[in-house]
Design a protein around this ligand. Structure first.
Ligand code: PLP
Length: 376
């Protein structure tokens, strides 16, 4: 049995004809840059997530960079980000001359801890970036209140959580990335909505920000060859947009398939006392970009990982080193910062194979070997 962490071949098979036709259409029209399929996809995605504007761009990292550029933050302004995330979130902040202020995460959801964040607020704090890690949203109701009281912009890093839904205490619901001032996402091939290369997008309900984002992503021009601001070149290729538009029609199915696989893991693994299965919070659905278990303290995550690999079962550590321990980010550390939860998570989390076409036999095989490891 050959099990993959992510199986893009299996995902492609049932839609291959449609994808081929979409690619062929772009080749025939030769509209490779800013072709019609780009605007078509942006429109369809805006409708699917429920947001006024979708601005596509070259990748999820650029989406974050464009967001901070559009907000007009100044050198030295501080932006609060979780330390337990992919580097891109903090990287663009540092690259723009802003200061990433790293904060610890919640021990159950692994998402940004607002109490810890509130201890790090200064007069220079201008924005906060909740990362909806592994596919479950941070507590957006709490974050929006916190941001309002401190006059902060909210940029949601939705690279792992497209389609996750937040429920507010008044019963209303909103999709991830449409709640803050700006939401960003990635279409990296293994993301929940992935293209066949790099791609990304930005969400906003603010007309002015949308116009600004569009301009910055296209060399700072509104009218060709007239440059109002210093921008960048960050566009989604027409071929990628055409492919994404085909896959978007299956995104509901993809979300459900991941949730079904997660529920199957849950029911089999909840009785294994040496591990903790993913926590389900009350205020957000989970779209399981990753199915990540925590190995309890007395047991060795690394030994389990090696044991599974010996049986042909891949697993991954997201992330082995928190940002506050990364060489490039040490210079942003202050005396008042500490990270007990993130540091311990880096030593205890393990992500199991999770994708839209995982078979029950494969899950049974994985589950059986996790159980046999602990009964050794
Ligand atoms: C994947 C990812 C990104 C970056 O997206 P790219 O398209 O690879 O640039 C940013 N943030 C998080 C949390 C991610 O998982």
């Amino acid at each position: 049995m050959k099990i993959n962490m992510v199986d893009l071949n299996r995902q492609l098979e049932p839609i291959k004809e449609k994808v081929d036709a979409a690619i062929q259409g772009v080749l025939e029209a030769s509209n490779f840059i800013q072709g019609e399929p780009v605007t078509e996809f942006e429109k369809n995605l805006a409708e699917w997530v429920g947001v006024m504007h979708v601005i596509s761009c070259a990748n999820g990292t650029d989406a974050l960079q464009l967001a901070f550029m559009a907000l007009g933050l100044k050198m030295g302004d501080e932006v609060i980000v979780p330390t337990f995330t992919y580097v891109a979130t903090a990287e663009v902040i540092a690259l723009l001359g802003l200061s990433p202020i790293l904060v610890d995460v919640d021990s159950q959801t692994f998402n940004i801890n607002i109490e810890a964040a509130s201890n790090l607020i200064t007069s220079r704090t201008k924005a906060i970036v909740p990362v909806h890690l592994y596919g479950q949203c941070a507590n957006m109701e709490q974050i929006m209140k916190f941001a309002e009281s401190h006059n902060l912009y909210v940029v949601e890093d939705t690279a792992q959580a497209i389609g996750a839904e937040v429920e507010f205490s008044d019963g209303s619901t909103r999709k991830a990335g449409t709640i803050g001032h700006i939401g960003t996402t990635s279409f990296f091939p293994s993301k929940n909505l992935g293209c066949f290369g790099d791609g990304g997008a930005i969400f906003t309900n603010d007309d002015n920000l949308a116009a600004e984002l569009k301009m910055i992503a296209n060399h700072g021009q509104r009218i060709k060859y007239y440059h109002d601001v210093v921008g960048v070149n960050s566009r989604l290729d027409t071929i990628q947009a055409a492919i994404l538009d085909v896959k978007l029609k299956h995104l509901n199915f993809y979300c459900e398939a991941r949730q079904k696989a997660a529920a199957y893991y849950d029911s089999a693994l909840k009785s294994v006392e040496q591990i903790t299965i993913p926590f389900r919070c009350s205020f957000s659905t989970h779209v399981f970009h990753q199915y990540t278990i925590k190995i309890n303290e007395q047991y060795s995550r690394d030994e389990l990982k090696i044991y599974l690999a010996e049986q042909g079962i891949p697993s991954m550590i997201y992330y082995p080193l928190p940002l506050h321990e990364q060489k490039a980010y040490l210079k942003f550390m202050r005396e008042d910062m500490d990270y007990p939860i993130s540091t311990s998570l880096c030593n205890s989390v393990l992500s199991l194979p999770m994708h839209t076409h995982l078979k029950i036999e494969e899950q049974d095989f994985i589950i059986q070997h996790i159980k046999s490891f602990f009964s050794k």
